[in-house]
Design a protein. Structure first.
Length: 113
């Protein structure tokens, strides 16, 4: 146990551990899927399929789907037009919105386009 883990009450240590260690909380497939979409901008069909799947699930922070239909359509239009920069920005915004600005230990959400 490190000194940082040893200090504070049991509740504080459990709280810090939950946000630092991905293995101690739910596996967040939505973050992984959004990152895969960001990495697959050269394959519009793959990105569209990932966004379709993400649109079927609920984001409780926004009271809406993880990726809504207008965003999915806009990303598809941008990718088919060869505009990966704006598509990347839309997907990164979806990821940031889903993560809620919390440092969840999964690293930065923004990747180079």
């Amino acid at each position: 146990m490190t000194e940082a883990e040893g200090s504070g009450s049991l509740d504080e240590r459990a709280y810090r551990r939950r946000f630092r260690d991905k293995g101690n909380k739910r596996q967040d497939w939505a973050v992984d899927a959004l990152r895969e979409a960001l990495a697959s901008l050269g394959d519009p069909d793959r990105v569209d399929r990932l966004l379709f799947d993400l649109g079927r699930y609920y984001n409780p922070l926004t009271d809406a789907p993880i990726v809504d239909m207008p965003t999915r359509k806009r990303v598809a239009q941008l990718l088919r037009a060869g505009e990966t920069g704006p598509a990347h920005d839309l997907l990164a915004a979806c990821l940031d919105r889903y993560r809620g600005g919390i440092d969840d230990g999964l690293g930065p959400s923004r990747a180079d386009p």
